[in-house]
Design a protein around this ligand. Structure first.
Ligand code: NAI
Ligand code: MG
Length: 494
């Protein structure tokens, strides 16, 4: 029996005999507007340019709504509203009252949780299971968590003098639209700052729902301003001289542009950028759990995750077994309608991202790596990619070095711990890593040697508002979440 363990013929065909019945989430409780305006100084206002752009559902490529394209004049209005609100209201309010507003936003988000989840799924292509069970609850939790800190800043940083910074300019990406808005807005408000936030162009809708929620919470006008737009809108926020703090999550390329733009201005900066995180499986690991962790690490949210475990390292002695089980598991994953509660992998966020992932799959093949993709059927329309993995990957190959940001895993093997540490750290990025082993001492050894902001042991993609998150090297700097995330929005003096 043991001898035959790695035989290919033992593969299972899970998809052959039966299928799930469709189980689509209802959208009847969601009424999207045809058009969303900018949220400036407590009012929903038309953009200065009169220009709007469309956001689509990537699962169908149909238009969902149009949103305003903010220009420099709108940014000027939003920043001066945020400045006025900071000087006249928000910084004058007692910390306890500030906390109450943040708490109220969290409660209102919970009340509209189902609507937020459905809209997130429609606009971003992510599965309803994810937006319902991960994104929306975590976004609420961020507001709850930071609401608690608002009146306890002196306990958060004992024996230090802490003060707010002023106006925070925040730019967020499309992979976790509502959650990233929460990561940015909640600590900024708790620390006593006011906010100008720009969501990503392909996923602006939950940010506009959040603007409605913030409005309903009675938060004083101008404390939070939300501007939709493209990169030019983001650049105008970053470059505005009256912004005191810039927080950006997105690509490393744009992060570099922003770092240059902010240099010498005195603006405080945090950058949360790309990644190419290593997920490392040792021979003593619980293999079945590790396979689940590998799947979660790379296929969660279609692989549109900055900390995705996109580089798998398997110890040579168990490589055959892990790869065989992984291929079996790949074939059980449901790719399709993101609104269906059975779906494991939804739609790729945008056509641009779809083309980019496809390009990387071609590059992988040309580089000589062996590709395996699941045998699942794909919907006729919309932007879908089968879960894909590459074996025989060279360390120097582009698919092992560059961020693909899609459901594509590269697999390499290793023999010794020193070898895997070297390989894992041989990347321009340093955001996260995963380690699968039964041995506690090995976990501690690796967590100190891996140059990654977060190291998960025998799990992957675990998030909590109390836990700081952020990277090294080209993955950026500064931390979000926890006390560290609060500190990023404060001036801390001795
Ligand atoms: P991006 O970095 O261009 O977009 C992120 C945000 O930055 C968006 O809101 C965008 O409007 C804004 N932006 C663009 N140019 C700007 C500028 N000059 N100044 C200020 N803000 C600006 O990312 P993109 O093009 O959507 O994705 C490209 C690649 O970046 C992806 O394939 C992926 O590899 C990576 N990425 C990584 C993310 C992460 O969470 N680490 C998130 C999104 C993308
Ligand atoms: Mg969209």
């Amino acid at each position: 029996m043991a001898k035959n363990k790695h035989k290919k013929t033992e593969s299972f065909d899970f998809n052959g005999g039966w299928d799930y019945s469709p189980s689509p989430e209802s959208t009847s409780h969601v009424k999207l507007k045809e058009r969303y305006e900018l949220y400036i100084d407590g009012k929903f206002v038309a953009p200065d340019s009169g220009k709007y752009f469309q956001t689509t559902n990537p699962a169908t490529e149909k238009v969902l709504a149009e949103v305003a394209h903010a220009n420099e004049a709108d940014v000027e209005k939003a920043v001066s509203a945020a400045r006025k609100a900071y000087e006249t209201v928000w910084s004058k309010l007692s910390a306890k009252e500030r906390g109450k507003y943040i708490y109220r936003i969290a409660r209102l988000m919970q009340e509209r949780a189902r609507e937020l989840a459905v809209v997130e799924t429609l606009d971003a292509g992510k599965t309803i299971r994810e937006s319902r069970d991960v994104d929306v609850p975590l976004a609420c939790n961020h507001f709850f968590y930071y609401a608690g800190w608002a009146d306890k800043l002196e306990y958060a940083f004992p024996n230090r003098k802490v003060s707010s910074l002023g106006v925070a300019g925040q730019i967020i990406p499309w992979n976790f639209p509502l959650l990233m808005a929460a990561w940015k807005i909640a600590p900024a408000l708790a620390a006593g700052n006011t906010v100008v936030l720009k969501p990503a162009e392909t996923t602006p809708l939950t940010a506009m729902l959040l603007a409605e929620i913030i409005h309903e919470s009675g938060l004083p006008a101008g404390v939070v301003n939300i501007l939709t737009g493209y990169g030019d809108t983001g650049a105008a926020i970053v470059n505005h001289p009256d912004v005191n703090k810039v927080a950006f999550t997105g690509s490393t390329n744009v992060g570099k542009i922003i770092q240059k733009a902010v240099a010498g201005t005195g603006k405080k900066l945090t950058l949360e950028l790309g990644g190419k995180s290593a997920n490392i499986v040792f021979e003593d690991a619980p293999i079945d759990q590790a396979v689940e962790g590998i799947v979660n690490g790379i296929f969660f949210n279609q692989g549109h995750v900055c900390c995705a475990g996109s580089r798998l390292f398997v110890q040579e002695s168990v490589a055959d077994e892990v790869i065989r089980k992984l291929k079996d598991r790949l074939d059980t994953l449901y790719v399709g309608d993101p609104l269906d509660k059975n779906t494991d992998i939804g739609a790729i966020n945008s056509r641009e991202q779809y083309e980019s992932i496809k390009k990387y799959i071609e590059i992988g093949k040309k580089e000589g790596a062996e590709m395996y993709e699941s045998k699942c059927s794909l919907p006729k329309n919309g932007l879908f990619i089968r879960p894909t993995l590459f074996t025989d990957v060279a360390q120097s190959s582009r698919i092992a070095q560059e961020e693909i940001f899609g459901p594509v895993l590269t697999i390499q093997t290793f023999r010794t711990i020193d070898e895997v540490i070297q390989k894992a750290n041989n990347s321009p990025y340093g955001l996260a890593a995963g380690v699968w082993t039964d041995k506690g001492s090995r976990i501690f050894n690796l967590t100190t040697k891996l140059r990654a902001g977060v190291v998960w042991a025998n799990t992957y993609n675990k998030f909590d508002p109390t836990s700081p998150f952020g990277g090294y090297k080209e993955s950026g700097f500064g931390r979000e979440g926890g006390l560290h995330g609060l500190g990023a929005y404060l001036k801390i003096e001795n």
